[in-house]
Design a protein. Structure first.
Length: 180
């Protein structure tokens, strides 16, 4: 779904999917999979870094803040290429590790894209403010579309469940978890 097709979501489009220009820039951004890692950090949990060396079960990395640290090898985690930044379905990531998941959710949240798929699940990060993603225009944008045809949203999940219930010949159940 390109920017033109996202117009069906009206003003909510920017809260649902990153613009096409940003997606293209991410696909062409320089990236070295051999040196790009997350490293554990006491203050931030994980920091982006570049591997400098590995020796004797230790890894020396230079963080994007400019600090050089040496840690156990199991304290660094491979990063995904930039094309996976703000990924709509984290199951599609090359590296599905804790820092990659947290970084993706953080980046999407920073852009107010609060819905993210992880395989069959739809994760939501509470924005603690009202976003224009719940009006009738957005509902119409999701109506009748398969999950892969539109950005992550609870409306997609509910419409797909409804469509399935209309055609199912057996009982159906929906599980919703989370806090109010």
């Amino acid at each position: 779904m390109g920017d033109g097709e996202m117009e069906c979501f009206g003003p909510a489009a920017i809260y649902l999917r990153k613009p096409e220009r940003e997606r293209i820039e991410a696909q062409t951004a320089p990236f070295d999979a051999k040196t790009a890692f997350f490293v554990t950090d006491a203050a931030e949990m994980y920091l982006k870094s570049n591997l400098v060396s590995r020796e004797g079960g230790k890894a020396t990395v230079k963080t994007h803040c400019g600090k050089t640290v040496t840690v156990k090898e199991d304290e660094i985690f491979p990063m995904n290429p930039p094309k996976f930044d703000k990924m709509e379905d984290m199951a599609m990531m090359t590296h599905l590790n804790e820092p990659s998941v947290l970084f993706n959710l953080k980046e999407r949240y920073a852009a107010w894209m609060i819905y993210t798929y992880s395989g069959l699940f739809c994760a939501t990060v509470n924005p603690y403010k009202w976003l224009p993603v719940y009006d009738t225009i957005v509902v119409a944008g999701y109506r009748g579309k398969k999950r892969i045809e539109a950005p992550p949203h609870i409306f997609s999940i509910s419409d797909n469940a409804y469509q399935f219930m209309l055609t199912a010949t057996t009982g159906c159940q929906i599980l919703s978890v989370g806090s109010p």
